[in-house]
Ligand binder design. Structure first.
Ligand SMILES: [Mn+2]
Length: 304
């Protein structure tokens, strides 16, 4: 009998359930709404070439950007509406499929993790240059994409998907690569149970040890982890196409290594957010992001 190539042997693979969220409602700077189409353009040929099975659920219809409303949490009404539209969009048995969501600004992760947490006990590995741990009371900007972890952990903004207060317990949340925290946010984060592997720590430990620690923290007592990847965790020298770049991030190769390591752990879903094609240079951030996604899926689903 001849050996079957991975691409012709898909029976044992989970199918990737792909969903785009072309929203920049959570950000001050517009443009990340063009992220899903730019990412798909690069990603789909890679998935096809690799023989990674996927089903494309298209894009969520994002509510129109109206007036910001309460300036402590801008566009909250539209984001709440977006979350409602999110519910049930991915029909996905966790044993058979792998939800992959393409953003869009980071506020979509509140909706996604909220829904996923209704189905299983989740950990969260969150790669981001920022803390995303603001609350409406302390946020200097009022941008909801800076309040994602505080919503997920149940500290604030319960009206975003009010089906559940805490989506992921703080002890199972690991923030990696942060290097730009607002002062109040920094204080709150340090008093919390969230594990912080900031950029200085990542430099000291190396990316492999950091990922190992992240996986351990997010997996302890959970049924697996969700990966939320903010592309601004990567150094702007490698990934300039984001809305809020911060120098001193992880390098392209380190990001690829992180994907291989995270793909080997008990990961159950992922999102890649904050790509802003209008700030990209010749599409190189989109290409790198697609390569990261391919690497993660290839490691996790195909086991290469
Ligand atoms: Mn973020």
């Amino acid at each position: 009998m001849t050996e079957t190539s991975p691409s012709s042997c898909q029976a044992g693979f989970k199918t990737v359930a792909l969903l785009g969220v072309p929203s920049d409602l959570g950000a001050n700077i517009e443009g990340s709404r063009f992220g899903p189409s730019a990412l798909r353009r690069e990603l789909i040929p890679l998935l096809r070439a690799r023989g990674i099975p996927f089903e494309d659920y298209g894009d969520i219809d994002v509510p129109e950007r109206g007036s910001p409303g309460d300036l402590r949490h801008k566009h909250l009404n539209e984001i709440r509406e977006l979350c409602q539209r999110f519910l049930g969009r991915i029909e996905c048995d966790p044993h058979e499929c792998f939800p992959l969501v393409l953003g869009g600004d980071h506020s979509l992760t509140t909706c996604l993790v909220g829904e996923l947490s209704l189905m299983r006990e989740l950990g969260l590995i969150y790669l981001d240059a920022h803390g995303d741990f603001n609350t409406p009371e302390i946020s200097p900007s009022g941008n909801v994409h800076g309040m994602v972890i505080s919503r997920i952990s149940g500290r604030t903004l319960h009206s975003i998907l009010d089906l559940k207060k805490t989506f992921v317990a703080e002890r199972n949340i690991v923030l990696v690569g942060a290097r730009d925290l607002d002062p109040e946010e920094d204080k709150l984060l340090r008093e919390s149970e969230v594990t912080i592997l900031g950029m200085k720590t990542v430099r000291r430990m190396g990316i492999a040890a950091a990922m190992e620690q992240a996986i351990a923290g997010a997996s302890r007592g959970t049924e697996g982890y969700h990966l939320s990847f903010d592309i601004d965790v990567i150094d702007p020298g490698f990934a300039p196409g984001v809305s809020t770049p911060v120098p001193g991030g992880i390098e392209g190769e380190e990001a690829l290594e992180a994907m291989r390591l995270l793909g080997r752990g008990p990961i159950s879903s992922a999102d890649f957010v904050e790509l802003n094609p209008s700030r990209d240079e010749d599409g190189r951030t989109a290409r790198l992001a697609a390569k990261l996604i391919e690497t993660l899926l290839d490691t996790h689903l195909v086991g290469r």
